[in-house]
Ligand binder design. Sequence first.
Ligand code: SAH
Length: 223
Amino acid sequence: MTKDLELAGIGMTSRRTRDRLIQRLEEQGICSTRVLDTIRQVPRHLFLDEALAHRAYEDTALPIGHNQTLSQPYIVARMTEALLEQGPLKKVLEVGTGSGYQTAILAKLVERVFSVERIRPLQEKARQRLSRLSLLNIRLRHSDGGMGWPAESPFDGIIVTAAPGDIPKELLSQLSPDGGRMVIPVGHDGSQKLVLVTRQDDEYRRKVLEPVRFVPLLAGVVR
Ligand code: SAH
């Protein structure tokens, strides 16, 4: 297949299928036009193995190997919307690159994205997929994201796509003191909540957004 055709998608990955997904996200309360347009544009099927590509525009999480999943589009939309609610962001840290799909969405909406992944083979695959989309404002790193990315901090935004029991102190301290925002799932299996943390100087405010189900944030790296 030519590159253009592949990016545009055919059949179950076509424009009409994507429009249906957008409509579903709107029905579920996603209202940011920028976020919805970006989800419509970014080819989610390219972030899945071929055998699953035909399910890319269903509103469900899908397996990406190594016991990990590509997040459900509604969750990607909800987290991105919450992160950008107060206006555009310059530097964003993503913890848990996974397939690279959320990374691509962010790259279209903020100035620079720094994304870390602990499983090397997933990171390599994400790098290949992202390079096909010619997104030049992304930096990837193989490391334990619970430590953040100190050399690049502070971040205006932090998005975490795996759930810790408690919010790591390192991430809180790498949030910009001038209105930095972090969206993070917190808690153990069965009782996780999506939390928005906003920082003003030394004051951190937490707001619970909704119950969610994420894979756990794990320590250390896998080669
Ligand atoms: N945003 C991804 C979600 C993938 S699932 C996507 O849409 O595809 C969560 C990812 O977080 C997994 O790839 C998992 O390996 C990664 N992860 C878990 N703990 C981590 C940690 N401490 N540091 C970096 N990545 C981590």
